[in-house]
Design a protein around this ligand. Structure first.
Ligand code: MGD
Ligand code: MGD
Ligand code: SF4
Ligand code: MO
Length: 745
């Protein structure tokens, strides 16, 4: 007998609602849930393969603990005993910073990842925090922090209503969108065109997204900040600046105009390899559109001027009056956002409150660059102890971060490492303890992160579609127990972690004048929380305190967990709306258009306008049926065009003697790899492209299908020294490489 259950898909940022078919405890099918308030039935090949991803026989079923050098199956009790015994002595002997924490991307796709790591980090008191954000979107956090005073206030293009979309370094037809949660991104781009809107794509590759565009500009990688600066300059020069409703909320306009005066289209044209009249036309089209949104993603972030490019994206939205207006770029309002406080000056955003020990990299948002993890482990300095113990949650930095070989060695030298990961892979193979979370079908789901980035306000929650298999532990409980074991409370009841957070949150809320629970008794409020588990009670609390919440009775028709559970396809909370000035938390209470750290970084950009590399540079790419490093083990999602090949333009191939299908050697500052060439004019001249997340040929892993076509680790070409200095984000695109055919024997 089969049954169906609803489950939000955790396999990318689009958060589609799925209807799963379940036989016994096995997911045998998945289709789009047509009644889902957000995704309305959309599904992609990954979502359709949910059952295969979920039921991968290589997923670990029990904890592993290293004994006599070998990882062996163990009980949960033995595993947490080993965690406490591994971490506590390191903290006690060498101090909190000697315990590192690495958080990978899937943390934003699980409830556990949203609710527990902050408690773990605070409990440990460590500053050695490294996450996937610094190989991804940290520049956007920094630019938002500087402009708006809140690193998490990220404006999202109003895809359903905009008249003109300028898309920079993003390929949503493969990625399904990022920092812009939208189910059926492809359909939304087609709808934009159908209603007479225009789409411009800036990408060194002619991607599937670029093929949809009215205009595709194949820019030279790494030079977007120059192009955007010249567009900004053009808006000033041609008197196209029109802040509209934003006028009272913006400061620094004149300073900005003066500072970018020398970034003329002519001055940047050669570096970008884009003609000056084209740059002017881009600026004019943006200003002339009835509504427009500029949106930049990976290709604009993982480059040497990532923060400047991210800042300029919003500067252009602001100068054309498109920020915070329907059809432009708006700030979503999620149901679990904090209770909105009254508008007014805030505490502002600060950078560089501390620095990394070895290279002195400044922190950003409390994080150190993932690129610096290897040196923080393998290099002793007088500044303090190296990282000697590591907690890795949903992270595979051996493949995702620069110089995997160095990190691989460094991980091998740790006193202790624990990985919370479903797979024994390139990173977790170094752990002394591996704690495997259950598959997604056995986990609850709510998108704490992506609802704050969604193109429509809505809220959805799925309880586990399948009960926990005997011997399994929910990932929320794993992280709660790990937190207790690592912070000297080993063995305490895991609900203590949830009670602590609930007590602290309610305790603070009752003191805030703007809170709906101001002046009430936190214990009385806590007693009202519903839910079957600690994480559900926390979700209930956040919903009830949130902007749409029932305020614990203050607004009886407001949201809470019970109401959400009564709406299994979700609750629509309406289109994105203008919110300024409320989201601003700058010290001035206004948008600070030309902040100091940005001003100080401009000379470096000016310098870049004069540079031109003539050699080849490398960029990445994504495939619809892949996901970073962890989906190459699912046969249904591999093969065909989803392969680790080097894309190279026919003219470059000809010049270098590279033949289609033949192996080529690619050499970068961090090492070299050999991959088959794929000669294609889908990349521009002077650019080659290799996808990331491959290189599944290391011993001691348990990824049987991935190992049959392992590919190579593109990040081995990097040595970790190239960073965007303001954000600490790794430079992964526009990296110089040498390419040569592998000589036939
Ligand atoms: N060259 C290059 N490098 C890149 C990029 C690029 O474009 N080019 N992209 C970068 C980006 S954007 C990112 S986000 C990073 C990603 O980097 P990482 O976060 O390190 O890598 P992932 O492959 O996303 O997944 C990390 C781990 O999560 C595990 N996992 C999967 N599901 C779960 C779960 O439910 N719970 C737990 N605990 N673990 C789970 C997987 O087995 C895997 O080991 O890579 C970056 N690296
Ligand atoms: N199918 C699939 N979906 C995914 C993922 C996946 O691995 N596979 N990963 C998920 C994650 S973690 C993330 S962060 C998102 C990323 O989402 P996107 O940002 O949409 O990711 P990409 O498809 O890598 O698109 C980046 C584009 O930038 C281009 N580019 C490279 N360098 C430059 C440059 O200097 N300038 C410009 N203008 N463009 C440049 C590349 O050619 C590429 O087409 O995708 C998410 N979704
Ligand atoms: S688009 Fe993303 S969320 Fe939607 S089904 Fe595909 S992988 Fe899942
Ligand atoms: Mo990412």
């Amino acid at each position: 007998m089969s049954r169906t259950a609803l489950r939000i898909c955790p396999l990318c940022e689009a958060t589609c609602g799925l209807t799963l078919t379940i036989e016994g405890t096995k997911v045998t099918g998945a289709r789009g849930d047509r009644e889902d308030v957000f995704s309305k039935g959309f599904i992609c090949p990954k979502g359709a393969s949910f059952g295969a991803v979920d039921g991968d026989p290589d997923r670990l079923r029990t904890p592993l603990v290293r004994r006599d050098g070998e990882l062996r199956e163990a009980t949960w009790e033995e595993a947490f005993d080993a965690v406490a015994a591994g971490i506590r002595p390191v903290v006690e002997r060498y101090g909190a910073n000697s315990v590192g924490v690495v958080l990978g991307n899937p943390n934003v796709h699980t409830m556990a990842g949203a609710l527990y790591p902050a408690v773990l980090i605070a409990g440990l008191g460590t500053r050695s925090l490294f996450t996937a954000s610094t190989v991804d979107q940290m520049p956007k956090h920094v630019s938002s922090g500087l402009l708006f005073g809140d690193a998490n206030a990220i404006p999202v293009p109003d895809l359903d209503h905009t008249g003109h979309l300028l898309l920079i370094g993003a390929n949503p037809l493969e990625s399904n969108g990022s920092l812009c949660t939208a189910a059926d991104f492809p359909g939304k781009l087609k709808a934009l065109k159908a209603r007479g809107g225009t789409l411009t794509v800036i990408d060194p590759r002619r991607t599937r997204t670029a093929k949809l565009a009215d205009r595709h500009i194949a820019i030279r990688p790494g030079t977007d900040a120059l192009l955007l600066a010249a567009m900004t300059r053009t808006l000033f020069e041609e008197h196209l600046v029109d802040l509209g409703e934003l006028t009272p909320h913006v400061e620094g306009l004149d300073e900005l105009a003066g500072a970018i005066a020398d970034f003329t289209p002519e001055a940047v044209s050669a570096a970008c390899d884009v003609d000056a009249p084209v740059i002017r036309a881009l600026a004019r089209e943006l200003a002339a559109a009835p509504t427009a949104a500029v949106y930049g993603r990976i290709g604009s972030c993982t480059v040497p001027h990532g923060t400047l490019a991210s800042w300029l994206v919003d500067v252009l939205n602001i100068l054309t009056g498109n920020l915070d207006r329907p059809g432009g770029a708006l700030f979503p309002q999620a149901a679990t956002d904090r209770t909105p406080r009254p508008a007014g000056p805030g505490r502002g955003f600060r950078l560089a409150r501390w620095h990394s020990r070895v290279s002195g990299h400044p922190e950003a948002k409390g994080e150190l660059p993932l690129s610096a993890l290897a040196e923080e482990i393998d290099t002793a300095t007088a500044q303090g102890e190296p990282v000697r113990a590591l907690v890795a949650v949903a992270a595979n930095p051996v493949l995702s971060a620069p110089d995997g070989d160095r990190l691989d060695k460094a991980l091998g030298s740790l006193d202790f490492m624990v990985s919370v990961d479903p797979y024994l892979n390139e990173t977790s193979r170094h752990a002394d303890v591996v704690l495997p979370p259950p598959p997604p079908s056995q986990s609850p789901h709510h998108d704490f992160a992506f609802n704050t980035l969604a193109v429509r306000n809505q809220v959805r929650y799925s309880r586990p579609a399948v009960p926990l298999e005997p011997g399994r532990m929910a990932e929320t409980e794993i992280l709660a127990r790990l937190t207790l074991a690592a912070t000297g409370m080993h063995g305490a009841d895991p609900s203590a972690v949830d009670d602590l957070v609930i007590g602290q949150t309610l305790g603070k809320a009752v003191t805030e004048a703007h809170s709906p629970v101001h002046g009430r008794d936190p214990e009385e409020l806590a007693a009202q929380l519903t839910g079957e588990s600690g994480p559900e009670r926390r979700l209930d609390m956040m919903l009830r305190l949130g902007p749409y919440g029932d305020g614990f009775g203050a607004r009886p028709d407001g949201l809470g967990l019970a109401r959400l559970l009564a709406h299994p396809h979700g609750i629509d909370l309406g289109p994105l709306r203008s919110r300024l000035p409320q989201p601003l938390k700058t010290r001035s209470g206004r948008i600070e258009l030309f902040p100091r750290p940005i001003a100080d970084d401009l000379p470096r950009l000016r310098e870049a306008a004069r540079q031109r590399t003539d050699g080849l540079v490398l960029v990445g790419r994504r495939h619809l049926r892949s996901n970073n490093s962890w989906m190459h083990n699912v046969p249904a999602l591999t093969g065909g065009t989803n392969r680790c090949t080097l894309h190279i333009h026919p003219e470059d191939a000809e010049r270098l003697g590279v033949r289609d299908g033949a192996p080529v050697r690619v050499k970068g500052a961090g090492g070299e790899v050999t991959a088959p060439a794929e000669v294609t004019d889908g990349v521009r001249r002077g650019v080659v492209s290799l996808p990331h997340g491959w290189g599944h040929d290391r011993p001691g892993t348990r990824l049987s299908h991935a190992a049959t076509d392992p590919g190579v680790n593109v990040n081995q070409l990097l040595d970790g020294s190239l960073l965007d200095p303001l954000s600490g984000n790794a430079v992964l695109n526009g990296v110089p490489v040498d390419v040569a055919p592998v000589a036939a024997r």
